[in-house]
Design a protein around this ligand. Structure first.
Ligand SMILES: Cc1cc2nc3c(=O)[nH]c(=O)nc-3n(C[C@H](O)[C@H](O)[C@H](O)COP(=O)(O)OP(=O)(O)OC[C@H]3O[C@@H](n4cnc5c(N)ncnc54)[C@H](O)[C@@H]3O)c2cc1C
Length: 321
């Protein structure tokens, strides 16, 4: 089994996304070492679809499994988006994990020290930007979110076991930041040298949606204001995997959200499977571990005609109960 990884180290978002202060690289390295000891080969700096031909991989291997993640971030096409200092969250977070582990930064340095930081997006990635900016010594950190403030407790329309959309306050938030909800970001304002200096925002009020329709919002009259901002991080989620490169080279069918379409874990191409965020959209580590296990079972069945690998459908715990 060979893993092809375009970065110089494997680990994906665990290494180059989730901040080092939440997950140390020593833990990732230990897991990778265990896999290597079990016989897995790792080829790094191997960008499939760019410097590794994906079609050739299909010739060389019985099965190709696509686990490239969901990497295209949602953008914010407002005036001033092009100004210096406006970055996707991942540009900042990935670089900081490199810095924290004495690796080559590879991209223009982004540092929050002494800056007024605005994080746009109230989710977990935004929270990671808050924690990282605090560690850099930012002058101020403001996190804005377009959606309303979530409830503190599980709403009745989201019963267990569904994942409730409730208010989350992470340790990064506790370390210090201003959080605002129902905020429309209208314009980045720059100086004469093309650097972002401020952000024009306004309060919004969400309308009650008509049945079957998406809710709209109206701007609260007189609420428009300008806040200082010399570093902005766009943390508004991820859309889908990159459609170019390996997916285009292998002519992989996508679903209506732009993720890899699968039957089980099998793609439209024989012997090509997909798992993880590339298949489901941006998710969680535990879900991806589960995807890996379930997919391994499907691949084993494809190669061998049957499988005894443990998975949900063949749980040793359940069968022993
Ligand atoms: C900032 C951030 C913080 C997060 N924090 C948490 C958290 O605290 N807890 C949690 O459970 N989840 C968290 N998540 C989500 C979690 O990290 C992901 O759901 C999970 O890592 C996805 O795993 P994956 O293997 O599918 O993809 P990824 O982790 O994205 O790995 C994909 C790998 O494929 C490589 N790759 C892509 N294309 C190619 C190619 N063509 N050739 C070769 N290699 C390629 C990439 O370089 C990468 O190494 C976070 C996500 C982000 C963005």
């Amino acid at each position: 089994m060979t893993v092809f990884e375009r970065d110089e180290k494997v680990g994906g978002l665990l290494r180059f996304g989730i901040p080092d202060f939440k997950l140390g690289m020593d833990i990732i390295d230990r897991k990778i070492d265990l896999m290597a000891a079990a016989g897995v080969q790792f080829e790094v700096n191997a960008h499939v679809g760019v410097n590794v031909n994906a079609k050739q991989l299909r010739q060389d291997f019985d099965v190709v499994l696509l686990t490239g993640g969901s990497t295209v971030p949602r953008d914010l096409p407002i005036p001033g988006r092009e100004l210096n200092g406006v970055h996707f969250a991942m540009e900042f977070l990935a670089q900081n994990n490199r810095r924290a582990n004495n690796m080559v930064l590879k991209t223009e340095e982004i540092h929050a020290n002494g800056k007024h930081v605005v994080v746009i997006g109230g989710g977990d990635t935004g929270s990671d930007c808050v924690g990282t900016s605090n560690r850099h010594g930012a002058t101020s950190i403001t996190q804005v979110e377009i959606m309303p403030i979530p409830p503190e407790k599980r709403p009745v329309n989201q019963p267990w076991p569904s994942y409730p959309m409730i208010m989350k306050t992470s340790t990064s938030h506790e370390e210090g930041c201003d959080r605002h909800w129902n905020i429309l970001t209208k314009e980045f304002i720059g100086d004469d040298e093309g650097n972002v200096k401020a952000l024009r925002i306004a309060d919004i009020q969400w309308d009650e949606p008509a049945p079957g329709e998406r809710p709209g919002f109206t701007e609260v009259a007189g609420s428009e204001r300008i806040i200082p901002c010399d570093l902005a991080f766009l943390a508004m989620g991820f859309l889908h995997p990159e459609p170019t490169g390996v997916l285009a080279q292998l002519d992989i069918a996508l679903d209506d959200r732009g993720n890899v379409a699968t039957q089980g874990f099998a793609t439209n191409q024989k012997g090509v499977f997909a798992a993880g965020d590339m298949r489901t959209g941006q998710s969680l580590v535990v879900r991806c571990i589960n995807e890996g296990r379930e997919c391994a079972r499907d691949i084993d069945a494809y190669l061998m005609g049957n499988t005894n690998l443990e998975a949900k459908a063949n749980s040793l715990m359940l069968s022993n109960a």
